[in-house]
Design a protein around this ligand. Structure first.
Ligand code: ACO
Ligand code: BUA
Length: 446
């Protein structure tokens, strides 16, 4: 019998006993994204009445949480997020979730340096291998930093979790684990790709026109990047590389269509690099035991100096609005939180600093509200309360369904002119008048 099997037996416990170590006032990190914790979360929720002032560091929720359901007013558990998914956004609307403004690359350092203590790290893992390792499956992110900082580490084993190959940091050894809980077959969250519209396809086409054989790509989340992934799969591009933050189903489509080889990458040659994967079973099956993918901690994938070591790094991300000077908001509507900074600025920076690299900020030119009224996403000024995700000196290409413009090095009047040319025609005249008032409209502008 291997030493690890004996140690496994000693550390194996029930969910109730494992969460029994939690005390009022504790700081807990919950694993997130596709590594949500159905069993430990349920057990902790049952202790709601007796626990107070528990700080839960979480976010990117791909399944709803029992602790939030059990405590709808947030009187026992505070839900602090490094990024909002649609589920976290609902918690926020209930007054139940808070945001930690950070670039995603900084989360491991934030855990190491800015939190005085982590009492418990609960993380969902794959079953232990013969060497005593539990694989983190689809999400590596900040988990190595959390495990290093936490006083107690509890793993929840999910028999359905894929075993993902990595660069480093993609597993935890049993000697670093305090308690093991067997969750059984709890499945993987299924996140289907967002449906693609004609507008998404038009935007994606402008980006596709710019892509070249051998580019190394990072695609953000949402319908437009999904449209682009499908269009790349159907194109004749070859030898693309992948160095991204999130791996989604469309990477599988591109790989299966023969578009991705990673042959031209300068680092992690031949491997698709990511820090978290979220999609359908197709994606989880793809990463399972596949040496062509490499999961890394987020301070590797999103570090601008590391990511930009790949030549021709092309970053493609979505935004919510942009002002005429080029400030991009991708995380709020006015003061209302939608998502978070995530890794957008990390990749805007990395792509621009990669030799031959380019960064694209994409958005539909308009937003239609619940009453059916159209609003321009290109605005004279950002909506009051909006936060700036990408500062204007950082932004390079901006794309809407009306075209593509390079803002790097452009003067204020050139920015106004170029951005107005990307606005919906119905709003252009009004934007010109506002640009005049802002003194960024040159008399000879078209
Ligand atoms: C995982 C990765 O993305 S890696 C990439 C790096 N990270 C980032 O880019 C982080 C920042 N970016 C993001 O979070 C996203 O790309 C977003 C939010 C900009 C766009 O994501 P999408 O899923 O395409 O957003 P979507 O169009 O569905 O809008 C999100 C919400 O904002 C609302 N919204 C969007 N624009 C507006 C607007 N102008 N006014 C009011 N509400 C708006 C939508 O109705 C939707 O709300 P709902 O979910 O309550 O219906
Ligand atoms: C966890 C961060 C997700 C994003 O960058 O959008």
């Amino acid at each position: 019998m291997s030493t690890w099997v004996e140690e496994y037996r000693k550390k194996l416990t029930t969910p109730d006993k494992a969460v029994g170590i939690v005390k009022s006032g504790d700081w807990i990190i919950y694993s997130y994204a596709a590594n949500t914790l159905p069993v430990l979360d349920m057990a902790l929720a049952q202790r709601t009445p007796e626990l107070h002032d528990i700080q839960l560091l979480a976010g990117v929720s791909m399944r709803p949480h029992a602790v939030v359901k059990a405590d709808p007013r947030g009187e026992h558990f505070t839900w602090d997020c490094v990024h909002f998914s649609v589920i976290d956004r609902k918690y926020y609307e209930m007054g139940r979730a808070f945001y930690i403004p950070l670039r995603y690359s900084e989360v491991p350092r934030y855990i190491a340096e800015n939190i005085s203590r982590i009492d418990v790290f609960m993380v969902q893992v794959s079953p232990m291998d013969q060497h005593g390792n539990f694989n983190f499956g689809p999400t590596i992110s900040h988990y190595p930093a959390a495990a290093a900082k936490a006083r107690t580490v509890i793993v929840e084993v999910n028999e359905d979790m894929p075993i993902a190959h990595g660069g480093y940091g993609n597993y935890i050894h049993i000697s670093d684990v305090d308690y093991i809980v067997e969750g059984g077959h709890t499945g993987m969250p299924q996140i289907p790709s967002a449906p693609v519209t004609d507008v998404d396809q038009k935007i994606a086409q402008y980006v596709l026109d710019d892509l070249r054989d051998g580019d190394c790509i990072q695609l953000g989340i949402g319908a437009m990047p999904n449209a682009l992934g499908q269009m790349i799969a159907a194109s004749d591009l070859k030898d693309l590389g992948v160095h991204t933050e999130m791996l989604v189903d469309s990477y599988v489509d591109m790989w299966e269509a023969g578009r991705i080889s990673g042959r031209k990458k300068q680092i992690d040659k031949g491997r698709m690099v990511y820090t978290f994967a979220g999609g359908t079973q197709k994606l989880y099956d793809f990463i399972n035991n596949n040496p062509q993918v490499a999961g890394y901690p987020v301070d590797y994938t999103n570090d601008r100096f590391i990511a930009s070591r790949n030549d021709n790094l092309v970053s493609i991300n979505n935004a919510l609005e942009i002002d005429l000077s080029g400030q991009v908001c991708s995380e709020t509507i006015g003061p209302r939180m939608i998502s978070g900074a995530g890794g957008q600025l990390d990749f805007v920076d990395a792509a621009y600093n990669s030799k031959g690299g380019r960064s694209f900020i994409c958005m539909e030119s308009t937003f239609t509200d619940a009453e059916g009224k159209k609003h321009s996403r290109i605005r004279p000024l950002l909506t009051e309360g909006a936060v700036v995700t990408d500062t204007r000196p950082m932004v390079q290409y901006v794309v809407t369904e009306h075209g593509k413009a390079n803002l790097k090095g452009a003067t204020t009047w050139q920015r106004a002119e170029r951005l107005i040319s990307l606005a919906h025609p119905d709003f252009r005249e009004e934007l010109i008048q506002e640009a005049e008032k802002l003194k960024i409209w040159r008399k000879s502008n078209k």
